[in-house]
Design a protein. Sequence first.
Length: 527
Amino acid sequence: MSSTAAAPLTLGTAGHIDHGKSALIAALTGRDTDRLPEERRRGISIELGYAPLELPSGRALSVIDVPGHERFVRTMVAGASGIDMYLLCVAADDGVMPQTREHVAVLRGLGVEHGVVAVTKADVGEPDLAAEEISELLPGAEAVAVSALRSTGIDELLAALERVAAELPGRAATHDGEAARLHVDRSFTLRGIGTVVTGTLWSGRLAAGDSVRILPRGLEARVRSVQVHDRSVESASAGQRVALNLAGVSWRELGRGDVLCAAGAEHEPTHHLDTRLAIESRAERPLERGTRVQVHHGTREAPGRAYPLEGEAIAPGASGMVQLRLESPLVPATGDRLIVRQIAPPDTLGGGIVLDPRPRRHGGGERVLRRLAALERGKAPSDEPSANGAAPQPRTAPAPPDPPALDDAAQRLAEILRTDGERPRADAELAEAAGLDPSGAHTRLGDLVRAGEAVRVARNLHFAPDPLASLESSIVALCERDGEATIAGVRDELGTSRRYAQALLEHLDATKVTRRLGDSHVLRRRR
Ligand SMILES: Nc1nc2c(ncn2[C@@H]2O[C@H](COP(=O)(O)OP(=O)(O)O)[C@@H](O)[C@H]2O)c(=O)[nH]1
Ligand SMILES: [Mg+2]
């Protein structure tokens, strides 16, 4: 794929302590990522390590080597957040261990679906046994047996990484046009140069001379120079790991967890977040109302409480809308991933996606759920401003053309649809009620659809948007509760007719909310 060949990608290691992650990265890149004297003395990784990795094709990956120790899972999450692919290391003589599972949960929560498993220390263990355990944990992932000590399997591993990388678009494809945002992982000072910060550029571009803001504190600085893997560049693009020399701030004023963004960007710190959270099936108990959790986003974390919005709790293995109320701020944007961990004993509960980064404090309720369901489908809510009164999130899609002007006949149709609510009459009866001939009604219904005043749900059937959204969220809730929805089930649950139930389910299939499997309809999993 030539169009993606040059897209920068980041690769993060994952796996239990002592499973040979750092040794393998050294074998692949020639770099020792355990730089701290304490890391050398104790022989374990404490901090995040960084190295460039050149694949046989010449494509460069930025490697982030994470610590495996249970006490440093939070560092692992900071390192893994924003990566494009994983390299999960499982030692052949040890097999799948607790932090193997927890790191896999973190990757899942962050939506990192692509990568390769290295069965390490193949010279001393039983790679086949370990590979079998891995296939249960990560079905379908490619596993390669390697020994960093004997340098065996390295070429096969590189080839597997190359294949995975070739399929990934990287953040540049989706986030290059947005305002610049970088989650800082280190800040230090260099003699004669001054403040340097490093991190992964999540979106946009950064160049020398740019003015930036550092959140949540709101410091202002200017980019003096930009480096990517020790080489000066004119500008860095989304998905690259960068080092910035900053003027106007001391290295002590910022550090891991801070968010550096373009001076004009709309990012703001927030204490409330509306999210969809998926709770790991290995979690010991449901996520209940008011559960105190640690929320990890970017390289930052904040304690807070979780408030499920669709019921009292979210069971292990299920997902639902949750408001997170934080004790210290995070700086997220719509669509970002985050991880939720249990505070004591520490464990990863699950992960989620940000639907509204700055909602007001609220409970559940139909209006709230409808608004969040619309945000989740990528639509701006039609009738409600963002809860705090702020403008909706900026979109990169081109603005739609101006809606057509609606004549009196169209207004009459819209009024009837609104009155009909969840049980609108068929188009033919609608035309008759509005005193229109079929072709006149057809033209006006088209205008209403383009103006966002009606939705065509089936041949001969239109709904007003609000009642339709409310029906849709009831069906989505039904799918979540039962794992699926059938025509008969929707008819009974909504107390409606078979005809409406079928039309609604087909509409949800067509708009890619659900997928049909035989007689039932299941939610599509969001990527
Ligand atoms: N026999 C053998 N030992 C290895 C291999 N790779 C790493 N080790 C040893 O395993 C220990 C842990 O390795 P390290 O890379 O620090 O593990 P990490 O905690 O996952 O980063 C060290 O003592 C390494 O020397 C290997 O391929 N074969
Ligand atoms: Mg290590």
